[in-house]
Design a protein around this ligand. Structure first.
Ligand code: G
Ligand code: G
Ligand code: MN
Ligand code: NA
Length: 251
C-alpha cells in the first residue's frame, strides 16, 4: 500500500501518537514541552514525521492529522492543569503551511480551545518563515485573532530562512527558536557562534523570547547561557518521549 493509503487507515485506527520533548529554563527546570507526532504502524514500525509529514502536506491529510495533534495536545494540557506541579507547563505544537493557510484554521482552534477547556496561554504554535512569508497579511490576521485570547507564537528553525528584519518586526511573534544547525558547532565554528549571538541580541531588541534547539552538550549549554539564552531544548535535557516517560520532577 502507498504511504498515503496507510496514513488514511492509520488515522482511522488511531496509530498516531504524540511524543513530548522538554523545554527547560536557565536552571534546567522543565517549563514546557514540544509535541512531536509519531506513527506506530503495525508493519512499518515507528515512522518518523520527517517521512510522513511531507506526504500529509501533499495529500491534504495534514488537515485531519494536524487537527488530531491539536486536540491531543489540548487534552494533555487539560490533564496537566488539574495538578499544581504540572499546571504551568506550556505545550508547543508544530503547525504546517497547508494547515495554517486553511481559511478555517483560527476558527477551528478557537472552538477547540473553548470545547476542550485548555488554557490558551499555555499553547505555543510553531510556524516557519516560509509559511509566514507566503502570505504575511493573512498570517498577521490569524495570529492576531489567536493571540488576542492568549495563544503564543514561535518562529521555528530561525536563521535557516530568508525573512528580512522588516518582516520580522511586523509579525506578532512571541519567540524565536534558534535552529539546531547553529547550535551543533557553536563551540567550534566562529560563524555559528556569531549567528547564535546575533539571534539572541536581535530577539532582545525586538522583545522576543528565544529557545535554543538541539542542545546536546554541557559546553553548548554554557556558551548559550553566557550569550544570554534563557530557554533550551535538546537531548542534554531530554529526548522526545511518550508522556508516561516524561520526567516532570523539578530538579
Ligand atoms: O521529532 P522529529 O525529529 O522526528 O521531527 C521531524 C520533523 O517533523 C520536524 O521538522 C518537526 O517540526 C516535524 N513535526 C513533528 N511533529 C509535527 C506535527 O505535529 N506537525 C507538523 N506539521 N510537523 C511536525
Ligand atoms: O523542526 P523542528 O524544530 O520542529 O523539529 C525538531 C526536531 O529536532 C525533532 O525531530 C526532534 O526529534 C529533533 N531534536 C530535538 N532535540 C535534538 C537534539 O538535541 N539533537 C538532534 N540532533 N535533534 C534533536
Ligand atoms: Mn518545532
Ligand atoms: Na526547529
Amino acid at each position: 500500500a502507498t504511504l498515503e493509503a496507510d496514513m488514511r487507515l492509520g488515522l482511522e485506527r488511531n496509530e498516531f501518537l504524540l511524543y513530548y520533548q522538554p523545554v527547560v529554563d536557565a536552571q534546567a527546570r522543565i517549563t514546557g514541552v514540544e509535541a512531536l507526532v509519531r506513527w506506530q504502524h503495525p508493519e512499518r514500525g515507528l515512522v518518523s514525521p520527517a517521512e510522513f509529514i511531507p506526504v500529509a502536506e501533499q495529500t491534504g491529510l495534514i488537515l485531519p492529522l494536524g487537527q488530531w495533534v491539536l486536540e491531543t495536545a489540548c487534552a494533555q494540557l487539560v490533564e496537566w492543569s488539574a495538578q499544581a506541579s504540572t499546571q504551568r507547563l506550556t505545550m508547543a505544537v508544530n503547525v504546517s503551511a497547508r494547515q495554517f493557510r486553511h481559511p478555517e484554521f483560527s476558527n477551528q482552534l478557537l472552538s477547540l480551545l473553548r470545547v476542550s477547556g485548555a488554557n490558551p496561554y499555555r499553547l505555543k504554535l510553531e510556524l516557519t518563515e516560509s509559511l509566514l512569508l507566503s502570505d504575511i497579511e493573512d498570517a498577521i490576521v490569524k495570529m492576531g485573532e489567536l493571540r488576542s485570547i492568549g495563544v503564543n507564537f514561535s518562529l521555528d528553525d530561525f536563521g535557516t530562512g530568508y525573512s528580512s528584519l522588516s518582516y520580522l518586526k511586523r509579525l506578532p511573534l512571541d519567540q524565536l527558536k534558534i535552529d539546531q544547525s547553529f547550535v551543533r558547532d557553536v563551540l567550534n565554528d566562529p560563524n555559528d557562534a556569531a549567528i547564535a549571538r546575533t539571534i539572541l541580541n536581535l530577539a532582545q531588541s525586538l522583545d522576543l523570547g528565544v529557545v535554543a534547539e538541539g542542545v546536546e552538550t554541557k559546553g553548548q549549554h554554557e556558551f548559550l547561557l553566557r550569550a544570554g539564552c534563557k530557554a533550551f531544548q535538546g537531548y542534554l535535557f531530554g529526548r522526545p518521549v511518550p508522556v508516561v516517560q516524561l520526567d516532570l520532577r523539578v530538579r
